[in-house]
Every structure is written in structure tokens, then in C-alpha cells.
Design a protein around this ligand. Structure first.
Ligand code: ADP
Length: 175
């Protein structure tokens, strides 16, 4: 039985993440989506909210071998604690590559028995990121087809409803 983890911030989950999750779920017996706190980022959603959104989105696409969890600390330690041999990552543009390359080699050094596997983004989501989605909603746009409906609703609830003037909105840095 091959268990894989798919770590990330998922702040919030997008259709780009779900595409990777769906494709990885076909390959591995069990896939654990591990929500972490990236110390370099100030999240919009709490870990609990991000987990709830992921669980709802995964239930909608009926993936039964996927579960959602959270972790803090090293990805490889979390992988080991869950008997996972693989870390799955999505890869978008060149900008992802340098960071992911460094991460994968560091993880290999720390835990040689764990493999990092990269899945190429789908063309239609190659530009998509959680930050971009937050920015669209912040400026009054609708990221239709980029996030599941539950996420869209949660974004509106968190960032203010459509059509609000800038000065009426609470200040939320979308990045
Ligand atoms: P982090 O904050 O750790 O970068 P993210 O939540 O942004 O976490 O991303 C988690 C994982 O999903 C990363 O491996 C990232 O490359 C991948 N990912 C994010 N967006 C996309 C996308 N549009 N297509 C493919 N992979 C993606």
C-alpha cells in the first residue's frame, strides 16, 4: 500500500489544487492532504477553515481514498509519522521550480527513503494560485471556474460581499 502526502497552505483550495489531488488519488492507495502553515505567508483562512473547505471540495468530487489533515514542522517528519513514502507536489511555471527543486533536495537529504514526485499543472490552471483568487475577490471580481462554489462563498463571507466600495471593506491583504 503506497501512501502519499500532498502538503501545502491551501489558503484556500483552488481548482488547480483539486486537479492535482484528483490525479494523484488515482495513482496512490491513500492520499493525505496536509495543511501546513507556511511561515512566510499570512493566511486569510484559519487552518480549521482551510481543512473544512478542502473536505467539502473533496466530498463533492467523491474521492474516497483522500483525507485531510494538518501538520506543523518538517514535511518529511509528517510523512514518516504517517508511513508515507511519497510527497506529491504540483508544478506550475518556472517560478515554482527553483523553490520546489531546493525543497525536494533538502527533503531527500533529511529523509532519503521519501521521494518527492511532481505533477505538471493542467494547462487551464497553470496561472492559478490561491493569492490570485483572493485578489480577484478583493477587487470585486468573480473567480468563476477557478474555485469550487463552497470556496467562493467562503471568500465572499471573509472578504466582504460583492459591489462593496473599497472604503467600506475591511482591509485584508490578499497575498
Ligand atoms: P504553498 O503555500 O506551500 O506553496 P500552496 O497551497 O500554494 O502551498 O500549494 C500547494 C501545492 O499545490 C504546491 O505543490 C503547489 O505547487 C501546488 N499548486 C498550487 N496551485 C497549483 C496549480 N494551479 N496547478 C498545479 N499545482 C498547483
Amino acid at each position: 500500500m503506497t501512501i502519499a502526502i500532498c502538503p501545502g497552505s491551501f489558503d484556500p483550495v483552488t481548482n488547480g489544487h483539486l486537479d492535482i489531488i484528483q490525479r494523484a488519488a488515482v495513482i496512490f492507495d491513500e492520499l493525505i492532504i496536509a495543511v501546513g502553515n507556511n511561515p512566510g505567508k499570512k493566511p486569510l483562512f484559519t487552518v480549521e477553515e482551510r481543512i473544512e473547505l478542502l473536505e467539502k471540495a473533496i466530498a463533492e468530487i467523491q474521492l474516497t481514498n483522500v483525507r485531510v489533515d494538518h501538520f506543523s514542522g518538517l514535511q518529511v517528519e509528517y510523512a514518516r509519522a504517517n508511513q508515507a513514502r511519497v510527497i506529491v507536489k504540483g508544478l506550475r511555471a518556472l517560478s515554482d521550480f527553483e523553490y520546489e527543486f531546493q525543497m525536494a533536495l533538502t527533503n531527500k537529504k533529511l529523509a532519503p527513503e521519501i521521494e518527492t514526485m511532481f505533477m505538471m499543472t493542467a494547462t487551464e490552471y497553470s496561472f492559478l494560485s490561491s493569492s490570485l483568487v483572493k485578489e480577484i475577490v478583493y477587487f470585486g471580481g468573480e473567480p468563476v471556474d477557478l474555485v469550487p462554489t463552497v470556496v467562493l462563498d467562503a471568500l465572499h463571507k471573509k472578504m466582504g460581499s460583492r459591489g462593496k466600495k473599497d472604503e467600506e471593506k475591511p482591509f485584508i491583504n490578499p497575498s
